[in-house]
Design a protein. Structure first.
Length: 121
Protein backbone atom coordinates (compact mmCIF):
# COMPACT_ATOMS: atom_id res chain seq x y z
CA UNK A 1 0.00 0.00 0.00
CA UNK A 2 1.33 3.42 -0.97
CA UNK A 3 0.16 6.36 1.13
CA UNK A 4 0.55 10.03 0.28
CA UNK A 5 0.68 12.48 3.18
CA UNK A 6 -0.17 16.07 2.23
CA UNK A 7 0.43 18.74 4.87
CA UNK A 8 2.21 22.09 4.83
CA UNK A 9 3.65 21.37 8.28
CA UNK A 10 6.81 19.28 8.13
CA UNK A 11 6.27 18.37 11.77
CA UNK A 12 2.77 17.06 11.06
CA UNK A 13 4.05 15.04 8.09
CA UNK A 14 6.72 13.51 10.34
CA UNK A 15 4.14 12.65 13.01
CA UNK A 16 1.86 11.07 10.41
CA UNK A 17 4.77 9.17 8.81
CA UNK A 18 5.82 7.76 12.20
CA UNK A 19 2.24 6.82 12.94
CA UNK A 20 1.99 4.97 9.62
CA UNK A 21 5.35 3.27 10.15
CA UNK A 22 4.16 2.02 13.56
CA UNK A 23 1.28 0.42 11.67
CA UNK A 24 3.71 -1.28 9.27
CA UNK A 25 3.18 1.06 6.33
CA UNK A 26 6.53 1.73 4.66
CA UNK A 27 5.61 3.05 1.21
CA UNK A 28 4.93 6.70 1.99
CA UNK A 29 5.31 9.83 -0.12
CA UNK A 30 4.96 13.36 1.22
CA UNK A 31 3.86 16.67 -0.25
CA UNK A 32 3.93 20.13 1.37
CA UNK A 33 0.84 21.39 -0.48
CA UNK A 34 -1.93 20.33 -2.82
CA UNK A 35 -0.14 21.33 -6.03
CA UNK A 36 2.92 19.18 -5.27
CA UNK A 37 0.57 16.38 -4.20
CA UNK A 38 -1.37 16.59 -7.47
CA UNK A 39 1.88 16.42 -9.46
CA UNK A 40 2.92 13.31 -7.50
CA UNK A 41 -0.54 11.79 -7.87
CA UNK A 42 -0.47 12.21 -11.65
CA UNK A 43 2.94 10.51 -11.95
CA UNK A 44 2.62 7.75 -9.34
CA UNK A 45 0.38 5.01 -8.08
CA UNK A 46 -1.14 6.15 -4.81
CA UNK A 47 -3.48 3.85 -2.87
CA UNK A 48 -4.75 6.37 -0.34
CA UNK A 49 -4.33 10.11 0.29
CA UNK A 50 -4.19 11.71 3.74
CA UNK A 51 -4.53 15.45 3.24
CA UNK A 52 -4.68 18.48 5.47
CA UNK A 53 -7.43 21.02 4.80
CA UNK A 54 -5.57 24.32 5.23
CA UNK A 55 -2.45 24.68 3.09
CA UNK A 56 -0.90 27.37 0.91
CA UNK A 57 -0.72 27.10 -2.91
CA UNK A 58 -3.58 24.55 -3.09
CA UNK A 59 -5.75 23.64 -0.11
CA UNK A 60 -7.08 20.19 0.72
CA UNK A 61 -10.57 20.79 -0.68
CA UNK A 62 -9.19 21.93 -4.04
CA UNK A 63 -6.81 18.94 -4.07
CA UNK A 64 -9.76 16.65 -3.33
CA UNK A 65 -11.70 18.08 -6.27
CA UNK A 66 -8.69 17.82 -8.60
CA UNK A 67 -8.02 14.20 -7.65
CA UNK A 68 -11.71 13.33 -8.01
CA UNK A 69 -11.72 14.81 -11.51
CA UNK A 70 -8.98 12.29 -12.37
CA UNK A 71 -9.82 9.34 -10.14
CA UNK A 72 -13.16 8.64 -8.46
CA UNK A 73 -11.97 5.60 -6.54
CA UNK A 74 -8.81 6.38 -4.60
CA UNK A 75 -9.68 6.89 -0.93
CA UNK A 76 -9.02 10.41 0.35
CA UNK A 77 -9.08 11.10 4.07
CA UNK A 78 -9.21 14.74 5.12
CA UNK A 79 -7.19 15.56 8.24
CA UNK A 80 -8.13 18.74 10.00
CA UNK A 81 -8.23 20.51 13.32
CA UNK A 82 -11.39 22.26 12.14
CA UNK A 83 -14.50 20.12 12.20
CA UNK A 84 -16.93 22.84 11.23
CA UNK A 85 -20.10 21.58 9.59
CA UNK A 86 -19.70 23.71 6.44
CA UNK A 87 -16.26 22.19 5.75
CA UNK A 88 -17.54 18.66 6.27
CA UNK A 89 -20.49 19.28 3.95
CA UNK A 90 -18.20 20.79 1.28
CA UNK A 91 -15.78 17.88 1.47
CA UNK A 92 -18.56 15.28 1.35
CA UNK A 93 -20.07 17.00 -1.70
CA UNK A 94 -16.63 16.92 -3.37
CA UNK A 95 -16.22 13.20 -2.71
CA UNK A 96 -14.07 12.87 0.40
CA UNK A 97 -13.92 9.30 1.67
CA UNK A 98 -13.49 10.04 5.35
CA UNK A 99 -12.38 12.52 8.01
CA UNK A 100 -9.85 12.46 10.82
CA UNK A 101 -9.67 15.18 13.44
CA UNK A 102 -6.14 16.08 14.58
CA UNK A 103 -4.62 14.99 16.82
CA UNK A 104 -5.35 11.30 16.37
CA UNK A 105 -3.83 8.06 17.64
CA UNK A 106 -2.31 5.26 15.55
CA UNK A 107 -5.31 3.09 16.46
CA UNK A 108 -7.77 5.62 15.06
CA UNK A 109 -5.68 5.96 11.89
CA UNK A 110 -5.52 2.17 11.52
CA UNK A 111 -9.30 1.99 11.83
CA UNK A 112 -9.71 4.51 9.00
CA UNK A 113 -7.07 2.83 6.81
CA UNK A 114 -8.65 -0.60 7.30
CA UNK A 115 -11.99 0.85 6.26
CA UNK A 116 -10.58 1.96 2.89
CA UNK A 117 -7.52 -0.16 2.05
CA UNK A 118 -5.97 -3.37 3.31
CA UNK A 119 -3.19 -2.72 5.80
CA UNK A 120 -2.60 -6.39 6.40
CA UNK A 121 0.49 -7.91 4.82
Amino acid sequence: MRVMIVDDSGTMRTIQRRCLEKLGVTSIVEAPDGQVALDIFEKSTIDIVLTDWNMPVMDGLTLLKEIRSRNKDVPIIMLTTLACKANVVSALAAGVSDYLIKPFTPDVLLEKLDKWVSTRV
